[in-house]
Design a binder for this molecule. Sequence first.
Ligand code: G4P
Length: 535
Amino acid sequence: MTQTTLAAAGTDVSAQARRRRTFAVISHPDAGKSTLTEALALHARVISEAGAVHGKAGRRGVTSDWMEMEQARGISITSAALQFAYGDTVINLLDTPGHADFSEDTYRVLSAVDSAVMLLDAAKGLEPQTLKLFDVCRYRGIPVITFINKWDRPGRAALDLCDELTERIGLPPMPLTWPVGEAGHFRGVADLRSGEFVRFHRTAGGATAAGEEHLTGEAAEAEGGAEWTAAREEAELLQASGGEFDAARFEDASATPLLFGAAVANFGVRQLLDLLVELAPRPTARADAEGRPRELTQPFSAFVFKVQTGMDRAHRDQVAFARVCSGKFERGMVVTNATTGKPFATKYVQQVFGQQRSTLDTAYPGDVIGLVNATALRVGDTLHDGKPAVKFPGLPSFAPAHFAVARPADIGRAKQFRRGIEQLGAEGVVQVLTSDLRGDGSPVLAAVGPMQFEVATHRLEHEFGCVVRLDHLPYTAVRRLPDPAQRAIVDRERSSEVFARADGTLLAVFEQEMNLRILQRQKPELVLEPLVADG
Ligand code: G4P
């Protein structure tokens, strides 16, 4: 390329990156993530009828059937990115698998986003899975927008939910809308910046975008009555005590813009989209493994954040999902895998969501590409085009919550067992730990969600020809033990022990948080560190 064409390409990439908003929804199962995803896509008119994404009974749905266990359970463990245009903005919504398929992959998705939408059920507030995902966002400094859902049915008071955000996770809310009418009697929202009463009209089953009516001044007073006045007073109260909107506090992730709505009826969803366009961070230069920024306009680079095997049963293929960090991606490029130094041909690259796939020809920073037939790619790998080479930080490990000792059912298959375990550990399917105290040297598998064990045992049997027996261990709490000299303190207890990760990190595991706290009280010299994500 000549200097002029290079410069033109750089301008194109910068402009395209500025249009992108790449985010994920973090929530607890049943808060309404699938419903919200549909509603967002609906507003952008990607799918013409609500219900096309997640396949609940009675709606036309997309399901995937890639493994027997998935079919047996009737859930989808396919996850990827949904891309749609909203006006001039390109929205990339990355899926965070929840329910029974909550796993390390769910956390890893958060390494590929620039912001997150925390979705809460108005009746429940902060729930365990939301808290775990929020911890990862906080650790990575990801800005979070909060959307309180299901306002159309009885729930908690708005101020009470706001207090919970401040007190429980130290994330003060900055409301941009405030509900008119308490939960269950939702009439609309007060737009706190424009001063308008945005009155909603219910539409049948949320199948079309909700009708909105914008009222101001006397019309708002007359229509909203006492509920309008109460809403404004409450919002003012919160704003006066530190809840005034400040974009800088959102960007540095020290406070969260707050919206109210009802995804099922498409209430408040447009406000969320508009907020994402206005406020959510655009892709920026990403730091490589040495901490040097890879500028957006440098040649193509991407990192693999998820690998899925056998999504298409007929082909038993493997799709690697990579987030583009710099440059323009064009299908057919031959790129380099920085981990192996080997070339990788990108002839088959797709956008995948549910079972729908479409061939993708170009992608820009912030986009997710699905590389088909990618058996050579692993989570954490970097792909780049030409020089200079780049390598992004490797596979992060998250705090596991499930532990099991693995042994081959047939001792004659010990070699296949060892090879399989090593491979699955390297791919990040499960974490492989060892223990000095456990006599037979059997590895301990650790996972964020139990589905990772199912995937591991399934693959050990079908790919490595080794049936595995798992003995589940009763541990639920884990910390990093920085000082090896202190391992005896933990190992001596009946309800705890110490495992080593392949990188040498020592993990102290406890049956319950309570056991951990008691031991720390008894042995104040014991140093334990939280384990969110590293690597
Ligand atoms: P998830 O992906 O977070 O697990 O949640 P999902 O969207 O599947 O929603 C869980 C349930 O909550 C669904 O009901 C859904 O209709 C309902 N829901 C989502 N948003 C709202 C809302 O704003 N208001 C009300 N009232 N309900 C909402 P379901 O009975 O489990 O399934 P379905 O048969 O209705 O789809």
